[in-house]
Design a protein around this ligand. Structure first.
Ligand SMILES: [Zn+2]
Length: 131
């Protein structure tokens, strides 16, 4: 599927207006349904930490990881990034990558207010993640 190039196309394509927590939850549910390994490379937490993390994400909770050095806190957070969508829409030319549905900066709020469907304005998608 081609990516939307305007806000109107984005809405027409059914791109959901959801929070990060909702995105994590939906992608976690999809991974659980598919039977994918959720946290590859994390050993020894299958019966303790990982179920709690899954429940926290499914419930939409804020998460705080506490632990001694070397207990895979960073590795776990890096694995959580894989639960995010590969790409997110943003208003082209914005310095802070405003979301098309909820622009923050004055420039983009003005653009969207003047033309809510964004005709002639491009919406680019990318999410730069590492790992
Ligand atoms: Zn902006």
């Amino acid at each position: 599927m081609d990516r939307a190039t305007t806000i109107g196309e984005l809405r027409a394509a059914g791109y959901p207006d959801r929070t990060i927590k909702e995105e994590l939850r939906e992608n976690l549910l999809a991974r659980l349904r598919a039977g994918d390994e959720l946290f590859p490379g994390l050993v020894g937490f299958d019966d303790s930490v990982l179920p709690a993390i899954e429940r926290g994400i499914l419930a939409g909770h804020d998460l705080i990881l506490l632990g001694e050095r070397g207990q895979a806190k960073t590795r776990l957070v890096r694995a959580l990034v894989r639960l995010l969508d590969d790409a997110v829409p943003m208003i082209a030319g914005c310095e802070i990558n405003d979301h098309p549905y909820h622009p923050i900066c004055a420039r983009c709020r003005g653009l969207v207010a003047a033309d809510p469907d964004g005709a002639g304005r491009s919406v680019t998608s990318s999410r730069s993640t590492t790992g």
